[in-house]
Design a protein around this ligand. Structure first.
Ligand code: ADP
Ligand code: MG
Length: 733
């Protein structure tokens, strides 16, 4: 009787899964023997380039400068020879557009020379390429200037080869710039912000008498979280395919494996996937270091060793691409969405952030001498100032429709941006604030005799996992970034805000020095002022708690839960002025980016709504109605027999029928509400307004309407339910 297509589809998956054969992986020997084998790195350059060209290129890269055009042809030729020797046929300028992941358009090396075909790669093709810019959004920017642009190799990020099924692709990490000089990508502003923080931080180093450092580099290490499910389940869930998340689905029975997963051993099928993807990453020079299970079932993490921010950002893009590709090979689906399963832990990206001088000293490492300690405090307090003054901008930088589901969902930091420093640093800052000599009794503090300056021992032990921005020993960890996002924007904002704060701090110290001659005393004086000013954003408690929401409100900290509102910070004059002052954006670049983000938000939610309605109409309602009609038949038959059926037996069937019918009508009413909101939104032509209406109404309507759908899942016979359930997707592999 239950002869429904979907029955077999779902069951087939389950039967097939029991027969999964692990793919055979090649053994490659020690990682070091093939690490970077697909990267045009310094070693390859040295081997393949004439000595003087190599030196020029190496200096360009080390100093973070633009490529000298006189050597471009030679470099391009060597790159092509190297690529050909590895079976490469095509090249592409690989860049981060404002939307989507990375963009690439492949061109072969093919050229005609008189009558015969040969392979050529010119300097001009290396240095400058021309994507079809019209297909990459530039927000409102295209109304103010011609959005056509070109891509240009960013030599600080090395070229690499992505292996294809037949022949590889030479990828040239690039920036994307319009003909009128505006940045059209995410990477250019990041590079500008790294330069701006380098300039500011260098002033601090000079102030402390450092004469050897030439520049300061921002370093990042991004911990990437993701889910893996069997691909067959994925194919049966249009919502996962189209929106990246399940838009309905009853929660699995409480407690099921939820807690053991994190500490459990990695399943062999997953391990095979991890090893295979790491092998690909190593060839690309991505130093994947750590792998582990995450809190939710079928949730995992990979973290590389940190790198300069631009390289680290590119590598994070590569990680996402490689994981996706390799998962597919293993008949798995990689879910990068921030909240693929409601009620289950979501995924984020922990962005570990620090600065190093060109001599390799980590500037957020407290160091060993009193001077180093004081310098550390300058950078620490400047970071506090940045988060204090530009917390709204940082919140903007992590805003997306997907991340809205995760922030504040009892597993991720809330939308309130605060800083965790740990007990020791807090006490030191408090002592400075109160102008109080630090207690000698404390084992970790020694009085160094100069200006009441405490000695700060590096401390890695104090941990608060709930803070969105935590100091973790010798770096800050910005944990609120979404798992699917590029980390470029968040780091751009962070660097710009920190650079600006350093500038303010230095200017203040210079002013103080006019009356206080002792530099250390002057610095402490300025630090004291900003320690007091930034106090509201310091929070050591549980960020997931309700008390913190209340406390944060009292402190006047913003708690903007939805992207449509969080994005406003991008257009705030205070923020625009800072970003322009730091040379990170030009004025018209900001409006364009803001518009793109608003558009992306609207599009994401409109697609979600359409997908949801479609799923309800074509899957949920039909199976509910089938069940309803089955019950109806039974009730009718029971009634037909008359007195032979006891009243209480009939009542059971009638109640089941009532329950299904009631949920069906609630579900239909919900769909109608969603349709009305979409129509209302369709009439609004001002995009930010439309985004806010969607944030105010559509998001809740979607959440509320899934309730009767999820209830139906709980009562409809298993064989009639067409969609793989949470309990299957998350627990069977
Ligand atoms: P933790 O246990 O604090 O998370 P890990 O050593 O696991 O520390 O590091 C987490 C991430 O932080 C890694 O990607 C690591 O490379 C990165 N990291 C370590 N030091 C720095 C630094 N100075 N700058 C940026 N990232 C760093
Ligand atoms: Mg960490």
């Amino acid at each position: 009787m239950l002869n429904n297509q979907s029955i077999s589809a779902r069951k087939e998956v389950l039967l097939k899964l029991s027969k999964t054969v692990l793919p055979k992986l090649e053994k490659d020997g020690p990682i070091a023997s093939y690490f970077e084998s697909n990267v045009f790195n310094e070693k390859v350059m040295r081997e393949m380039l004439p000595k003087d060209t190599y030196k020029k290129l190496r200096d360009t890269i080390r100093k973070g400068e633009k490529l000298d055009l006189t050597i471009a042809n030679t470099v391009a030729h060597a790159m092509k020879e190297w690529a050909l020797s590895k079976g490469v046929t095509h090249f592409t300028h690989w860049f981060q557009p404002q939307t989507g992941a990375t963009a690439e358009k492949h061109d072969s090396f093919l050229e005609y020379d008189e009558n015969h075909v040969l392979e050529r790669f010119r300097g001009s093709q290396l240095v400058q390429g021309e994507p079809d810019a019209s297909s990459f959004p530039s927000g409102g920017a295209r109304t103010t200037f011609e959005a056509r642009g070109y891509t240009m190799w960013d030599p600080s990020s090395p070229a690499f080869i992505v292996d294809g099924p037949s022949g590889g692709i030479l990828c040239i990490p690039s920036v994307f710039i319009s003909y009128t000089g505006e940045a059209l990508d995410k990477k250019t502003p990041l590079l500008r912000s790294m330069e701006s923080i380098s300039n500011s931080a260098m002033k601090v180093l000079k102030m402390f008498g450092n004469n050897t450092a030439e520049r300061v580099v921002t370093t990042i290490g991004t911990e990437q979280e993701y889910f893996l499910i069997d691909k067959a389940f994925y194919h049966l869930r249009p919502d996962l395919q189209i929106t990246g998340r399940t838009m309905l689905g009853a929660k699995p029975p409480k407690g099921q494996q939820m807690d053991d997963h994190y500490f459990g051993s990695i399943k062999e099928r997953v391990l095979a996937f991890m090893q295979d993807s790491e092998r690909e990453l190593y060839k690309l020079g991505v130093p994947a270091k750590t792998r582990h299970n995450e809190v939710a079932p079928h949730q995992y993490e990979v973290a590389p060793i940190f790198a300069e921010a631009n390289v680290g950002s590119d590598r994070n893009q590569m990680i996402m691409e490689v994981l996706k590709k390799v998962a597919n090979r293993h008949n798995l689906a990689l879910l990068l969405h921030e909240k693929p399963f409601a009620g289950v832990n979501g995924s984020g990206k922990h962005n570990n952030w620090s600065m190093s001088d060109s001599d390799g000293n980590n500037l957020l490492d407290p160091g060993n001498t009193p001077e180093e300690n004081l310098q550390f405090l300058v950078f620490l307090v400047a970071t506090l100032m940045a988060v204090h003054k530009y917390g709204d901008l940082l919140r903007m930088s992590i805003a997306s429709a997907g991340n809205d589901h995760r922030l504040g969902a009892n597993e991720a930091p809330p939308a309130i941006i605060s800083v965790f420093l740990g007990e020791r640093l807090n006490r030191i800052l408090d002592d400075i604030k109160e102008n109080k000599p630090t207690a000698k009794a404390d084992d970790y503090i020694i009085d160094l005799g100069i200006s009441k300056l405490p000695s700060i021992m590096r401390d890695n032990t104090d941990r608060n996992r709930t803070s969105p921005f935590a100091f973790t020993g010798q770096k800050f960890e910005f944990r609120a970034i979404g798992s699917s996002a590029s980390v470029s924007l968040a780091n751009t904002v962070l660097c710009a805000a920190a650079a600006d704060s350093i500038d303010i701090l230095i200017a203040d110290v210079e002013k103080e020095m006019k009356s206080i001659k002792d530099q250390s005393k002057a610095i402490l004086q300025v630090l004291r002022k900003y320690i007091i000013e930034t106090e509201p954003i310091r929070f050591e408690g549980n960020n997931y708690s309700e008390e913190w929401e209340k406390e944060a409100a009292k402190r006047g900290l913003p708690n903007i839960k939805r992207t449509a509102y969080a994005l406003d910070a991008f257009m705030d004059p205070k923020n625009i002025e800072m970003l322009i002052r730091q040379g990170v954006y030009k004025e018209n670049e900001i409006a364009g980016r803001y518009n793109t983000k608003v558009e992306q938000y609207i599009t994401a939610l409109e697609i979600e709504a359409d997908t949801f309605i479609n799923l309800i109409n074509t899957s949920v309602l039909p199976s509910a109605i089938t069940y309803q009609s089955q019950l109806l038949t039974v009730v009718k038959d029971m009634k037909a027999i008359g007195d032979a059926v006891p009243a209480d037996a009939l009542a059971v069937e009638v109640n089941m029928l009532k329950s299904v019918s009631e949920k069906i009508s609630r579900l239909s009413a919900g769909v109608k509400i969603i349709e009305d909101i979409l129509a209302e939104a369709g009439d609004i032509h001002e995009e930010p307004k439309k985004a806010k209406l969607i944030a105010d109404k559509l998001v809740d309507a979607l959440n509320e309407t899934r309730v009767p759908a999820d209830e139906l899942e709980g009562i409809i016979p298993d064989d009639l339910w067409p969609l793989p359930k949470y309990s299957e997707m998350l627990f069977i592999m």
